[in-house]
Design a binder for this molecule. Structure first.
Ligand SMILES: Nc1nc2c(c(=O)[nH]1)N[C@H]1C(S)=C(S)[C@@H](COP(=O)(O)O)O[C@H]1N2
Ligand SMILES: [Mo]
Length: 340
């Protein structure tokens, strides 16, 4: 890069490294359902605050570029705007000061602006390339990186303490960062779709569940399925930023599939085409629910049947299930996040 000082290079590389950490931990925070999610969330917050801390230095570098009227400043401005949006929504969600904007949650805006920002950043990095050099690995630079990391971690800790002392909404977040909504009151449980799936109107007269193994399909009607009343209390935690506990009723996949050939994974698909593949070993813990809170599911929550997947984020809880396929493919043989 022409005309960029050593300090400018250093700042740019640090920003790039922190952005990569923030992106990876952000994806992990969505992918992990178990207790390790806390560490993805903490690292994500620390990386984010590190970026905020370096922003003033970046502003100096950017101002120099703007003064030289460099080509391509419109995408740069869009990039800056998306980063401001990412920061406001991230801090807003974490502190509880901005949890939603109308029907859209701060987390949804955070992810949306982050994806836009990453696309613009890819362009920016290619257009204004700063190549890491071996000479960047001096002891002084490592100390500097340590100071940024330590400072960001201290800032994260202080922010958490402040949120608790001030009693802000953010103190109510669980380990995934989600806020409680409508536990044990299914009527107030948010109805959420992963992307653009629509709530279908299903007439149980025409609906049946197809269960397929290597020897072919077999069908179960609603009456037969709803006769099972195994209970399971489970926590639905949507990546949109909320969670809820409910009492679900139905039948475990282990019960439903008993007597069928052993397989490696179970593919559960919705009337709408949405689906996830789960490990067969989990079948005893997976409930195909027809009821929640003692009443049949509402259309929004998956009537006639939906999957209950304790320990996995909401996008695994397939609604409006009409097909279950036993498969030899490993369960992770799918896109890490639904694409429909
Ligand atoms: N068929 C289908 N099932 C789905 C989704 C979807 O878009 N389509 N969204 C998932 C997501 S992201 C969540 S958080 C839960 C939400 O369940 P609820 O609407 O009953 O609260 O459903 C899951 N099941
Ligand atoms: Mo979700």
């Amino acid at each position: 890069m022409r005309g960029l000082s050593v300090a400018g290079r250093r700042t740019n590389l640090a920003l790039l490294a922190l952005t990569l950490i923030a992106a990876v931990t952000g994806v992990l925070a969505f992918g992990i359902g178990g207790r390790w999610v806390r560490w993805a969330i903490v690292s994500h917050g620390v990386a984010g605050l590190g970026l905020v801390a370096l922003a003033p230095w970046k502003t100096v570098i950017a101002a120099r570029g703007v003064r030289r009227h460099r080509y391509g400043s419109t995408p740069s401005i869009l990039l800056a705007a998306s980063l401001v949006a990412v920061t406001i929504t991230g801090l807003g969600h974490a502190t509880g000061l901005l949890v939603s904007v109308g029907p859209v949650s701060a987390i949804q805006l955070h992810v949306g602006s982050a994806i836009a920002g990453i696309a613009l950043l890819a362009w920016h990095v290619l257009a204004r390339r700063t190549r890491p050099r071996l000479t960047d690995l001096t002891r002084r630079n490592l100390v500097r990186a340590g100071v940024v990391a330590g400072g960001a971690a201290a800032a994260y800790g202080s922010l958490e303490v402040a949120v608790h002392l001030l009693g802000l909404g953010g103190s109510e977040r669980r380990s995934t960062g989600s806020y409680e909504r409508g536990s044990f009151v299914p009527a107030t449980l948010p109805v959420t779709q992963w992307l653009n799936d629509r709530v279908p109107a299903i007439d149980v007269g025409g609906w049946s569940l197809s269960i397929e193994d290597a020897s072919g399909p077999r069908r179960i009607g609603y009456g037969e399925l709803d006769a099972h009343r195994e209970r399971m209390r489970a926590r639905l935690d949507c990546t949109g930023g909320w969670w809820a506990d409910q009492g679900w009723e139905g039948t475990t996949l282990a019960g439903l599939l008993s007597g069928l050939e052993q397989a490696s994974s179970i593919e559960v698909t919705s009337v709408t085409g949405y689906g996830r593949r789960l490990p067969s070993a989990d079948a005893g813990r997976l409930l195909l629910a027809t009821r929640v809170g003692g009443a049949p599911l509402s259309a929004g929550h998956g009537f006639p049947a939906r999957l209950v997947v304790p320990g996995r984020r909401g996008f695994w809880w397939v609604k409006w299930v009409d097909r279950i396929v036993l498969s030899d493919a490993p369960w992770w043989w799918q896109a890490p996040f639904p694409i429909a």
